[in-house]
Write a protein that binds this ligand. Structure first.
Ligand SMILES: Nc1nc2c(c(=O)[nH]1)N[C@H]1C(S)=C(S)[C@@H](COP(=O)(O)OP(=O)(O)OC[C@H]3O[C@@H](n4cnc5c(=O)[nH]c(N)nc54)[C@H](O)[C@@H]3O)O[C@H]1N2
Ligand SMILES: Nc1nc2c(c(=O)[nH]1)N[C@H]1C(S)=C(S)[C@@H](COP(=O)(O)OP(=O)(O)OC[C@H]3O[C@@H](n4cnc5c(=O)[nH]c(N)nc54)[C@H](O)[C@@H]3O)O[C@H]1N2
Ligand code: SF4
Ligand SMILES: [Mo]
Length: 872
């Protein structure tokens, strides 16, 4: 019996068919009937079944790191928040939430803190993610409205992807776009300083100067005006500010983009002569000190041409988290009210307070994420509740944020597992996870989908909304938080949205207030008697007082921190294909750690040569904020002077690989969103005394200058490096693997300076450690497959004659390695991605590795998997 639910990862919001196995596991397939994915899934969605185990779960409340019961814990939380409010006022407490919370959880938290505690000190990781889009939408449209739908990607003639690595971050949308390109020749332009996997299907890649996007779209606005592409009647009827916006655009210098004139001309030619244009944008736009202006520079072009809210055209901010949109709908940010109502508007405040019949309602915006943690650091915030996010890793200036959380009087963290943030908390609350909880999420194109439970809550875990309601009840508000199910929370939220609709807001789902919650099919909002889903603004109807959209005059600004002699490199950060943020769930699935198993630094060959950085060695990266150590991946995918590092590694997986320790807490003045993609750093070789690779069946406890660990299907593997040598390698290995009594077999090669050690029990190798003066060259996949087997043959480090090491995984869905694919290409003379699929099935499931397969065929660009692996 399979059940319909929704993927908990990205904002594409794919529908799933889940078949529980009755023993705590499940198989997961794409739902062919869901309008976001029509059955497709990416590698992360496909591997969900492997992340359901309970090994690392928090199963009971904890006070000071020790298990406690619910009554004591909830009493403590309520009384500490009450004490802070009594002694220091409501603004001395804060909630820090997440775009991964379900709408119902989010609604409950927002109601408690704004309507009952009476402060707007509630912000979310969406501040790091979507805040610039929200602010840009509000400035242009008068509301945070995403005008278009996914179908527009199917029917556009030109899709411009700006600061979006769609192939890795929204893989199912990307596959949808690639299918459209195949079917109707859709042109794709990628605007990104870095050549990403997404560029593999682009007709044009504009590798612009970091942060110069507004100059590009200003140039586009000028070209639209000069070449007669402006829709005069749309502008006359529905838009204000055209002349000022155009004048500012004319005053801005396209040279800022650093683009070759031919490339810029090609782009402007396509952009001005194509009517069906969708401009998709993501973190390369939002995470910038000029993020809101960049958003408005894009919106200006679509407003000037009336290319908005009609099939196949429009600006499209794709959301990152599964419920980034839901969080915006409930008003989870410090400067928003519920249901897209405005905190600054007295009528809106009165409407929400009236509906809640609540004792309080703040009239000033609260602290935004960066300000909030600064207030935590200075002691202004006395009690903080963090739910469903890991700010000790993901906030800019992460070391300072971790220190602030540690020093705060009282911190509660709700999570499902131990993280860098839970370790700093006074109280940890065990939450139910995906698969155990019930609620709704809204994806990038306003489609509300149900997450349905198919597993029981483990241990004492509780739903996030219920924990919030439990605390609210203890603070004296039992009636207002007396829901008995997520369905009741949703019905209340839907009813409130009806009031917002009457006040002329876009977000109105009052038509769902009486809906059959359990059976609710994917539904695009709004849902009212007048409108069901569809697009916005094709005929105007903006949510400003006069109903007209606003074009804004934009003067481009480059990133705040400028590279200088001390910090000559610009550090760009982002995501990899198979990991989700701080990896608390995706790292549980061994096949997802095989594509890329450790943090890395992409650096241009010229820079690497100048700095004396050899492939696969380690680099020390420093910024004014902090330091990191990263594996060197030399590639011309980044421009000289620019480097790129992924964001996923943590104190648990690679303590020196936490890149947010390097990021300055610089924010956009309008949205408060941090500039996470443009830090300045210095880079130098690390020159460790030794490099190591360790593989084992059991857990590892690395202690080294640098380490990064990951699961493989039979245990653990880690990369190690040290500035100092331990006294004996045997003692080091025993401690690393916690195997004090195993038999130790050791081989030393004095000439090469290498050591190989196997720790054995009952004739089986339980663990092996390989040490070398240079990056360890081994067949890692082979070692991971061999550990735990009889004998010590794995000390050879590579497979015997006649067996092929599959190499790093390229296709994570079907587990096909690089070496296997390269061998098949050579042996069977394969010439297309389809032929590789027919021969090996690689690339036939989610398709997110197809760009890499194409690259392997072309062989002009080695895939990232190969670039970063320490050795073949
Ligand atoms: N695999 C995977 N998928 C995910 C996630 C994940 O953790 N893993 N997270 C989800 C979330 S929450 C989010 S927000 C999305 C993010 O999705 P994306 O925004 O697509 O991903 P990023 O890798 O953060 O950044 C996108 C690109 O911005 C580029 N960039 C940097 N600076 C600039 C600039 O100045 N201008 C331009 N035009 N581009 C620039 C970077 O080189 C990068 O390739 O992904 C979602 N999907
Ligand atoms: N330098 C740099 N920094 C960035 C970014 C970047 O591109 N560059 N991107 C930013 C962006 S866009 C984002 S969205 C953030 C993401 O950063 P975070 O939100 O900090 O990352 P996650 O790992 O998604 O954290 C989610 C947490 O919720 C826990 N969890 C999982 N399920 C549940 C549940 O059901 N209930 C509860 N209570 N907890 C649960 C997980 O174990 C995990 O600890 O990072 C931001 N930071
Ligand atoms: S694209 Fe992948 S991660 Fe995103 S919702 Fe779909 S299956 Fe989940
Ligand atoms: Mo995000």
């Amino acid at each position: 019996m399979s059940m319909r639910t929704t993927c908990p990862y990205c904002g594409v919001g794919c529908g799933l068919l889940v078949s529980p196995d009755g023993q705590g596991g499940a198989t997961v397939k794409g739902d062919p009937d869901h309008p976001a994915n029509f059955g497709r899934l990416c590698s992360k969605g496909t591997a969900l079944g492997e992340t359901l185990g309970l090994t690392d779960r928090i199963l009971s409340p904890q006070i000071g790191g020790k298990p406690a019961d619910w009554e004591t814990t909830l009493d403590l939380v309520a009384s500490r928040f009450q004490a802070a409010i009594r002694d220091h006022g409501p603004d001395s407490v804060a909630f820090y939430l997440s775009g991964q919370m379900l709408t119902e959880d989010y609604y409950a938290a927002n109601k408690l803190i704004k309507g009952y505690i009476g402060t707007a000190n509630v912000d979310t990781n969406s501040r790091l993610c979507m805040a610039s889009s929200v602010a840009g939408h509000k400035r242009a449209f008068g509301s945070d409205t995403v005008p278009g739908t996914y179908e527009d990607l199917d029917t556009a003639d030109l899709v411009v992807l700006v600061g979006s690595n769609l192939a890795w971050c929204h893989p199912v949308l990307y596959q949808r776009l690639v299918a459209a390109k195949k079917a109707r020749g859709t042109r794709i332009v990628v605007v990104d300083p870095r050549r990403t996997a997404t560029c593999d299907s682009a007709d044009l890649h504009l590798s612009l100067t970091p942060g110069s996007d507004a100059a590009l779209f200003n140039a586009a606005l000028v070209a639209l005006a000069d070449r007669g592409a402006v829709d005069r009647s749309y502008v006359a009827q529905h838009v204000s500010g055209f002349d000022a916006a155009l004048a500012a655009a004319r005053a801005s210098d396209p040279g800022l983009t650093g683009l070759a004139p031919g490339d810029l001309a090609q782009f402007l030619d396509w952009f001005t002569t194509t009517d069906r244009v969708v401009t998709v944008y993501s973190q390369g736009i939002n995470q910038s000190s000029s993020g809101t202006d960049k958003v408005n520079a894009i919106l200006n072009c679509h407003l000037a041409t009336g290319r908005i809210g009609r099939p196949g055209m429009g600006p499209f901010s794709v959301t990152g988290q599964p419920n980034a949109m839901g969080g915006r709908e409930v008003g989870g940010l410090a400067n928003m009210l519920a249901c897209h109502l405005d905190l600054e508007n007295p009528q809106h405040r009165a409407a929400v307070q009236g509906f809640w019949a609540s004792p309080a309602m703040p009239d000033q915006p609260g602290l935004k994420a960066v300000e909030m943690f600064e207030a935590v650091a200075t002691g202004r915030i006395k009690a903080l509740w963090i739910i469903h996010t890991n700010p000790a890793v993901s906030m800019p200036d992460a070391d300072a944020v971790a220190a602030a959380i540690k020093g705060c009087d009282f911190v509660v963290v709700s999570d499902i597992t131990r993280t860098d943030t839970t370790r700093l908390a006074d109280v940890v609350l065990p939450a139910t996870a995906w698969g155990e909880k019930s609620g709704t999420v809204t994806n990038s194109d306003r489609t509300i989908s149900r997450q349905r439970p198919f597993l029981p809550a483990p241990g004492q875990a509780r739903d996030d909304w219920r924990m919030i309601a439990d605390v609210a009840a203890r603070m004296g508000w039992a009636d207002a938080f007396g829901w008995t199910s997520a369905a009741e929370v949703f019905a209340e939220h839907a009813a409130l949205s009806g009031i917002a609709g009457h006040l002329g807001r876009d977000f109105d789902i009052s038509g769902l207030a009486q809906a059959d919650y359990d059976a609710l099919p994917p539904t695009r909002w709004p849902v009212t008697a007048q409108q069901q889903g569809g697009r916005f603004f094709g005929q105007g109807g903006f949510f400003t007082p006069d109903g007209r959209a606003r074009m804004l005059p934009i003067s481009p600004r480059l990133p705040v921190a400028q590279t200088a002699r001390r910090y000559p490199f610009r550090l760009n950060t982002g995501r990899i294909r198979d990991q989700w943020h701080t990896m608390t769930r995706t790292a549980l699935a061994p096949r997802l750690t095989q594509h890329i198993a450790e943090p890395f630094l992409e650096i241009h060959p010229q820079d690497a040569a100048r700095l004396g950085l050899a492939p696969a060695t380690l680099a020390r990266v420093t910024s004014p904020q902090g330091a990191a150590i990263l594996r060197v991946a030399i590639t011309d995918r980044v421009q000289p002077g620019q480097v790129f590092a992924p964001i996923h590694w943590t104190g648990d997986t690679a303590p020196m690989g936490r890149v947010d320790a390097l990021i300055a807490p610089v924010t956009d003045p309008v949205s408060g969103q941090p500039e996470s993609k443009a830090a300045v750093v210095a880079i130098a070789p690390l020159a460790p005394a030794w490099y190591g690779f360790a593989v084992s069946t059991g857990p590892q406890h690395p202690d080294a200058t640098y380490w990064a660990r990951a699961r493989h299907s039979g245990g653990w593997r880690s990369e190690l490096a040290g500035l100092d040598r331990p006294e004996t390698w045997e003692a080091y290995a025993r401690a690393l693997f916690d195997l004090p009594d195993a038999i130790c077999l050791s081989v030393e090669d004095r000439m090469r300076g290498t050591h190989r050690l196997a720790l054995m029990h009952d004739g089986c190798t339980l663990a092996a450690l390989f040490i070398a003066p240079d990056p360890v060259q081994l067949a890692r996949g082979h070692l991971a497959a061999e550990v735990g087997r009889a004998g010590a043959s794995l000390l050879a480090g590579r497979p015997g004659v006649g067996t092929l090491d599959p190499g790093p995984t390229v296709c994570a869905c079907l587990n096909v390695g690089l070496n296997t694919i390269m061998a098949a290409i050579a042996a069977q003379s394969l010439t297309s991605v389809e032929q590789i699929g027919a021969a090996l099935h690689a690339g036939t499931s989610c398709g997110s590795c197809r760009p890499e397969l194409a690259a392997m065929l072309a062989l002009s660009q080695p895939p990232l998997a190969r670039l970063k692996q320490a050795a073949p």
